[in-house]
Design a protein around this ligand. Structure first.
Ligand code: ASP
Length: 357
């Protein structure tokens, strides 16, 4: 009899191990563990620092360490808020603030330059409980655009404000206002100068459309975003960016467009996007993922794969998303060489990734 009981326990142990292995296999595609939480996790948080041609061969160990350290610092701010019972909205906003204040990312300080060598910033935030949202576009003096998006959501009757009007509102609301030069960094200025020089040379010889396409592909990454689930089961997402290097004429990307760059709905998931904004707007990326879950019953992973690996590349665009669903499952899906990203679950386990690996 003892023999049978022993065999029974050995069987149970083997069975659970097999289940674990299966989870790891399912996630091997991006080399980045996606957490599957059953039952619902207490809380969860996932961030990105932009997607693009991020290759290990172009990275120094110091630079890689700097990115990882900042991603860790940022996500831990949100994690602490969630752990202490704070809201997902606060976690998203404060986490994004850390990345906006770092010159490493294309958001806040360190934003990319426009063709006119200015910095024009976009941001948005969304509350999955109420479907309320706030967004700002093309601001040049608001230090933390995600804070402006938040006050637009919380305190104004509007969802989106742009340009000088948005800046007036930011001042009225007592947000930190800075000189436009606050956002400047040598690195980003050199990027736009190089882009413009190349443009001049190429435009003399080449077909314009092909040139702009190549140019855009080389110069987009570094946007920041966050999606979180709090202990009350509320989801939130936010995104902040300087847009794309060498952008022109008041160009606005997907980051401040609710449904494209950011979306959150307690019935499905919270999503923040990064990538070639024009395509993300046309594909309505963030809302599409939520809708596939809500209306078609897809899992977060299936929905994200459908949009990021099929719909966006079929149109010709590239990029990625981070997302968390109502049960605390987290997904980082991208079709580029890399995406700066990190997750923390309710057990305090931290995972940071950069490349597809
Ligand atoms: N999506 C941003 C934009 O198009 C750029 C990025 O994510 O890197 O403005």
């Amino acid at each position: 009899m003892r023999h049978y009981i022993l065999r029974f326990f050995v069987f149970i142990i083997c069975f659970s191990c097999a289940k674990e292995v299966k989870k790891a296999d399912e996630n091997s595609e991006t080399g980045f563990p996606e957490y599957t939480s059953d039952p619902r996790a207490d809380f969860a948080i996932i961030i990105h620092g932009g997607a693009g041609t991020i290759l290990k061969k172009n990275m120094t160990p110091e630079r890689e360490a700097a990115y990882k350290a900042k991603l860790e610092e940022a996500i831990k701010v949100g994690y602490e808020i969630l752990k202490n019972g704070g809201t997902s909205l606060d976690a998203v906003q404060k986490t994004i603030n850390v990345m906006e204040d770092s010159p490493l990312f294309n958001a806040g300080k360190g934003s990319v330059f426009t063709n006119a060598e200015t910095n024009e910033l976009d941001a948005s935030i969304m509350d999955g409980k109420t479907l309320n949202a706030g967004a700002s576009a093309g601001t040049t003096t608001v230090r933390n655009p995600i804070n402006l998006a938040r006050v637009i959501m919380d305190k104004s009757p509007h969802v989106m404000m742009a340009g000088s009007g948005a800046e007036t509102y930011a001042k009225e609301q007592g947000l930190v206002i800075v000189e436009p030069s606050y956002f400047h960094t040598e690195r980003r200025l050199n990027s736009v100068k190089r882009a413009k020089e190349r443009e001049q040379v190429e435009l003399d010889h080449d077909d314009k459309t092909a040139f702009y396409d190549a140019e855009i592909q080389n110069y987009k990454f570094g946007t920041v975003g966050c999606a979180a689930l709090d202990k009350n089961g509320n989801l939130a997402a936010g995104t902040s960016t300087g847009g794309m290097t060498n952008k022109r004429y008041g160009r606005v990307g997907d980051a401040p467009i609710i449904g494209a760059g950011t979306y959150a709905n307690n019935n499905s998931c919270a999503v923040s996007s990064t990538g070639w904004g024009e395509y993300f707007i046309r594909a309505m990326v963030a809302h599409d993922i939520s809708a596939l879950m809500q209306y078609k019953g897809l899992s977060l992973k299936e929905a994200a794969q459908e949009v990021i690996q099929n719909k966006v590349p079929e149109l010709g665009g590239d990029g990625g998303i981070v997302a968390v669903d109502k049960n605390g499952n987290m997904v980082a899906e991208f079709n580029t060489a890399g995406m700066y990203r990190a997750t923390m679950n309710d057990k305090g386990e931290l995972v940071i990734g950069i490349y597809k690996e």
